[in-house]
Structures are given as C-alpha cells and as structure tokens.
Design a binder for this molecule. Structure first.
Ligand SMILES: Nc1ncnc2c1ncn2[C@@H]1O[C@H](COP(=O)(O)OP(=O)(O)OP(=O)(O)O)[C@@H](O)[C@H]1O
Ligand SMILES: [Mg+2]
Length: 487
C-alpha cells in the first residue's frame, strides 16, 4: 500500500470520462449514497467528494431473466458504479478550491477521513457559542450552529408535515436556553410548553452525549385563552390602540361600512373619558344608542369578548420578554384572524423596543409561518414580519420561520433566512421553492431531500458554508407535537 493511503479504506477506482466537478468510480468496497470520499489529485493533494448516485450495471437481459423466472440457471455479471460530486480542498489560505484539472482515470477512491471532512466542509466546534444540533449523518462529527449568526441572519425550518420541524425547533430552543439567549415562540398548536418536562431517557441520549432535563424555571407561558391553555398567563392587548376599522375586521361581519361611524364615535368617547376601556364598556355605550341596526355590531363585540384578547390592561412586553428566558405564546384554540393580530401586535412591539434597546436581543420563532407571512393573500402580520426579516438583524432581532409549505411563504422573507434547515419534502412546488432559495444544493441532494428519514436534516448557513446532512440529536425535553392516535 502506498504511504499516502495508510489507514484509508479503499472503495473503488475512477473510470470513464472524468470531469473536475464530477466523476464516476467502480465500487469495490462498501460505500453508500451520501458517503464522503477522498481522492489524491496529482497537483492539489487530497480532494473531498460526495457520492451523489449509485447504479448497479448488469448483463442480465430480458431473455435471461425470463429463463430465471422459469427456474433456469443463468450467470449474471454485475458491477456497481458510483457518481461523485467533487466538493474540493482547502488551499494554503484555508480557502475552498476546486481542482482545475480532472483526476486521472484509474485513481483510487477512499472513504473520507473525518479530519478531511471537517477541514473541507469548514465544520468547527463552537462549543461556547454554538447550538449543538446533532451529528454529521453517518459520522461521529458533532455539528454546532453559531448562535450569533443564527439570530443575526434568521433561520428557516422547512419540511412536509410530520417530518420533524417542531422537534428540531425544540432542540434549538433547548440550546438557546442553555446559552441564556432570549426567545419568543409563536406556538399555534400549544406544542412548546412541554419544554418544561424532561424527555424519557433512550439509548440515543447516550449516543449523542445528552441527558434529559426540563426547563420549567426558564419558560414563560402566555395565551389569549388561559382557560383552555392551563398554566398560561393571560395575554391581552388594550383596545385603545386599535383602530375602529381593524377592530371591525376582526368581527367577521359581512358589511362593515355602516358600523364604522357608530363604533368610532363610541371608542372616541371612551378614549377621552377613560383612556383604556373594555369591550363590555364599549358595548354598553353602543347599547345606549338603542339602535336596532347595531345588533350585529354588538354580536361582533360579544364574540371578541369571548375570544378574550382585549382587556383594560395589556400584557407588558417587559413581562413577556425576559433575558435568558423563552416566552411561549400559546395560540391553541384562538381563531386565525386573532392569531394574526397577536403576531402583528407582538412583533411590532418587539421590533420597536429592540430598536430602542429596551429589551434584550432575541429570537422570534414563528411556527406555521405560511399563515402569518403568506406569499399570496393577506395577513395582518405580514408587513411587520417582512420588516423584521429585512431589518431585524440591525437591531438584534432574529426571526425563525417554520413551515410545511415553503412555496406558500413570502419569497422575500424566505430569501432573508440565511440558515436553512430542510427535512423531508416531497411536494414538487415546495422542492422548487427550496431549490431556488438554498445555495449550493446539488441535484443529488434535492433528490435525497425527498427520501430523508425522520430526524435527518439538510443544514446550510450560519457557520455551515456547504449543505450537509445532519442527524438531529434527541431532545432533552419532551416533544409536544405528537400526533393524536385515532384508535
Ligand atoms: N430527530 C428526531 N428524532 C426522533 N424522533 C423524531 C425526530 N424528529 C421527529 N421525530 C418524531 O416525528 C414526529 C413528528 O415530528 P414533528 O412534530 O416535529 O413534525 P412536524 O414537522 O413539526 O409536523 P407538523 O407539520 O405536523 O407540525 C414526532 O412526534 C417525533 O416522534
Ligand atoms: Mg410541527
């Protein structure tokens, strides 16, 4: 064995026409699609590549297969061929380079060593400032995301339903809590309260060097409906900051025009006499008009009163945002338009207060983001989320967008998310949206995204310069997003 390949596992030999970005090799040792391989380039030294596709070539013809089908014996000669995308090597300045001349045919292909993978992919251990999200798929290389960059440059977690978005987001929140980073989570399904409770221990915890624990003392839980969502503090807004038109829009009344004037009159009256006021007080003023045609307006106000979002005293943002704590805004059971209102009001307040440095830098996590910043259609929360996506980084307000329908999220917002976590996606429109927004994705990786096992994510951005596949670490806390068993 030549000295340069000491300790390396040979898996094949390059054959056929060889390019600088792609080559094929005949497989002689055990190698799988997705594995990293290394080849010695005559000028540049060791170069890293990744097996993008594999194919078994055989001489079993239709006729011979037919013979076999009838119990006959046939000799089959077969060979496995693998296609490799060349990733490159680091030059003496540490810059990633591609070889500029092709590899020689006949060159040996080896399984890549972890050190070379780390060096070429630029994987560093950011223990102090890093979020430990898991290990490089198929390797014992821990992957950390640089938390500063994560927050400064926004994150998107995209995948089809049930493929592990909320689970992964839970991992990120655990890491933020561990590093004393502040966050606010928009939680439409009430899944994140389980960060309080430790997970049941499994062998995977040892494998990843993780111990179950809960974060009860560091979680703040709020909901507009604390009766349904037990254990949450009430989340309320004041009416005096609402425009009559916006308030009317929340009531789902057909023709709202005729109610605008009486509503405005009543609100103005209360604002001047009391400052802040309640829906009950507003209803009383309108009832005093004794005008039959205002019945539906009263019904609309009654509905809003039941939703319970407005109160004389609004929730203070400084109560919700506390340094090093994660605030969960549980919107379970809250009607969609009210959810959008909550996100709009909260996000606006966070942005304004961050600008004036009245609250600590923080991460705003928005689950089901396609409902709050849709590409098509209107949502009250769209404008402010777009503003945060484009300007938040200047003020230390990071945005995490989570969605099962990437194609349905505002494209501008998605393109501002520098760190991207892609789990399994199969919908062609969504794959298309991802292909457009993720840089450096090979055709092979786009194919792989469609077949990813649960718990494996494609990760790129922050400190990860090239897309890599990561096996997500187990949760320290309980995962709250379990599906409901019907039987
Ligand atoms: N990394 C992982 N390790 C182990 N199990 C996982 C992992 N990721 C997800 N799961 C399992 O898959 C299930 C679905 O995950 P999750 O709730 O995160 O999906 P989702 O993408 O958020 O789905 P939805 O779109 O419905 O919200 C979880 O209940 C969990 O049991
Ligand atoms: Mg989910």
């Amino acid at each position: 064995m030549a000295p340069e390949d000491a300790g390396l596992k040979k898996v094949g030999v390059i054959y056929g026409d060889v390019g600088t970005t792609e080559f094929r090799f005949t497989v002689s040792g055990y190698v799988e699609q997705g594995d990293y391989v290394q080849v010695l380039h005559p000028r540049e030294g060791w170069v890293l590549g990744r097996v993008d596709a594999m194919e078994r070539k055989t001489d079993l013809s239709l006729e011979k297969a037919h013979v076999m089908a009838r119990g006959g014996k046939v000799d089959i000669s077969e060979m496995v061929s693998a296609t490799v995308s060349v990733i490159g090597y680091r030059d003496e300045h540490g810059i990633l380079q591609h070889p500029r001349t092709p590899f020689p045919a006949g060159a040996y292909v080896y399984l890549a060593k972890d050190d070379l993978i780390r060096e070429v992919l630029g994987i560093e251990e950011h223990r102090e400032k890093g979020a430990y999200i898991g290990k490089l798929y198929g390797h014992d290389i821990p992957i950390y995301l640089d938390i500063n960059r994560l927050i400064q440059k926004h994150m998107a977690v995209l995948a089809k339903t049930g493929s592990g978005k909320s689970y992964f987001t839970g991992v990120i929140l655990e890491e933020l809590l561990k590093h004393n980073v502040t966050a606010v989570v928009i939680d439409p399904h009430g899944e994140y309260g389980s960060l309080r409770k430790p997970a049941r221990k499994t062998p995977a915890h040892d494998e990843f060097g993780i111990s179950p624990r809960g974060y009860g003392d560091r979680l703040l839980m709020f909901s507009p409906d604390p009766e349904l969502n037990r254990g949450c503090r009430p989340l309320n807004f004041t009416l005096s900051h609402m425009s009559p038109r916006d308030l009317l829009n929340l009531m789902n009344l057909g023709n709202t025009r005729s109610y605008l004037v009486p509503l405005r009159k009543a609100m103005d009256l209360l604002k001047t006499s009391k400052g802040d006021f309640t829906l009950r007080e507003l209803m009383r003023v309108i009832e005093a008009e004794e005008e039959d045609s205002l019945g539906p307006l009263l019904g609309g106000l009654e509905y809003l009163d039941e939703v319970g979002i407005f109160a004389r005293r609004g929730t203070r943002i400084t109560e919700l945002v506390q340094k090093g704590k994660v605030a969960i805004v549980n919107l379970r059971g809250v009607p969609p338009d009210i959810q959008q209102l909550v996100v709009q009001r909260l996000a606006t307040a966070l942005f304004e207060l961050r600008k004036r440095n009245k609250i600590p830098p923080l991460f705003l996590v928005v689950e089901e983001a396609h409902n709050f910043v849709p590409q098509q259609g209107k949502a009250d929360s769209s404008a402010i989320l777009r503003t945060i996506a484009s300007e938040g980084r200047k003020f230390g307000l990071g945005l995490a967008i989570i969605s099962q329908r990437p194609a349905k999220i505002d494209k501008n917002v998605l393109s501002q998310c520098n760190t991207q976590i892609i789990l399994r996606v199969t919908n062609p429109n969504d794959l298309n949206a991802i292909g457009k927004s993720v840089e450096g994705l090979t055709k092979g990786s786009l194919e792989e995204i469609q077949r990813l096992p649960i718990g494996v994510a494609l990760v790129v951005g922050a400190n990860i310069p090239m897309p890599i596949f990561v096996k997500v670490r187990p949760r320290e806390t309980m995962h709250g997003g379990q599906s409901v068993e019907v039987l």
